[in-house]
Design a protein around this ligand. Sequence first.
Ligand code: HGY
Ligand code: MN
Ligand code: MN
Length: 412
Amino acid sequence: MKERAERVIADCRRIALMTEEPGRTTRRFLTEPTRAVHALLRERMEALGMRVAVDAVGNLRGLWKPRGAGVKRLLLGSHIDTVPDAGAFDGVLGVMLTIEWVGIAREFGLPLAIEVIAFSEEEGMRYGVPFLGSRAVTGAFDTAMLKLSDADGVTMDAAMRAFGLNPAKIEDAEIGDDVIGFVELHIEQGPVLEAEGIPVAVVEGITGQTRLNLRFTGQANHAGTTPMHLRRDALAAAAEWVAKVEKQIRAAATTTDPGIVATVGRIVVEPNAGNVIAGSAEVSFEIRYGSSAARHRWTRKLIADAEAIAKMRGIGFEWTEKLDQQTVRMDRGLSTMLRSAVKACGYPVKTMPSGAGHDAMVMAGRVPTAMLFLRSPGGISHHPTESVLEADVEASLNIGREFLMRIASRVG
Ligand code: HGY
Ligand code: MN
Ligand code: MN
């Protein structure tokens, strides 16, 4: 398994160099570097005798159907798009690991059909809406999204066609009822496993999240000649609101709503010049918390705060919801099988929630779904220093062997 683990890590590092931005890893939905990733995945899959196809939203899908396999198939996989200046393992590790799981199933002659999916888009960076690949696979892709434009004015429809895809075929990406379940392997992206000195964990559920876009509209003007009391400064309004968000949610996280998190990660100011009062400020917002009621209550409260700040400053304000995903529990049966495989390999059996979103939360709406986390050294992710330990990769391959044997015996 050591050799397999080394290959997985080497491939992840190689794929990290397939980027839109030389010197750092950025690979948004269907951008050019995706073609190179597809070529490498196709090479790895076809070497195992898998049949490879790319569906209408750019998911690359490899099917391994050995002689003697029944009609049911197990889905495995994760995403290959990234955030800007990403690490090498978020998403891609899950794809490379599960291709190795196919190699293991093949070596042990397991009569189990397996489809590995490299989802084309999970982060939502290019069109502001996440999980495009898994939405199509689960039949939940809203074709109205095809009209969305990216920062360069390229619509999703045009991006698909430029990649050689046919948006009219999106429905064909949907899975049938021959799927026994979906399993995603992913780095934890947090500090828990490292703090407890544990290599892997079975995920019990994925925390719900709500994402908004907000826009404050003031009046651009000269920074030197406009008196302070005559300004309608969009950036100052946005900054006042961001500080209010952080203050209130930081307090709630240790009192009324333990563990709640809210983030403003992006602000786009126009005209974005040091000597011009900001005319507009577009702000991202996301809030994550297990209770949808509490999450929605906070969202309403923080929108009201923004409206009050805008009114007091004579600023325009509007907002749109980009995502409202409720908390999703993982499948008990598959998770029990994963725990049994972890135990059989002699690793501590840990179960934990996921604060990060994953394609698994979309897949769980359609098929029994489970997740296995690998430790994140330093607890860091969405950052170029994101990493994984070779021993933990090897552990997840050993666990894969035990898990696949268990599920193959169940499928029969
Ligand atoms: O944002 C997330 O939770 C995930 O990394 N897409
Ligand atoms: Mn991510
Ligand atoms: Mn991810």
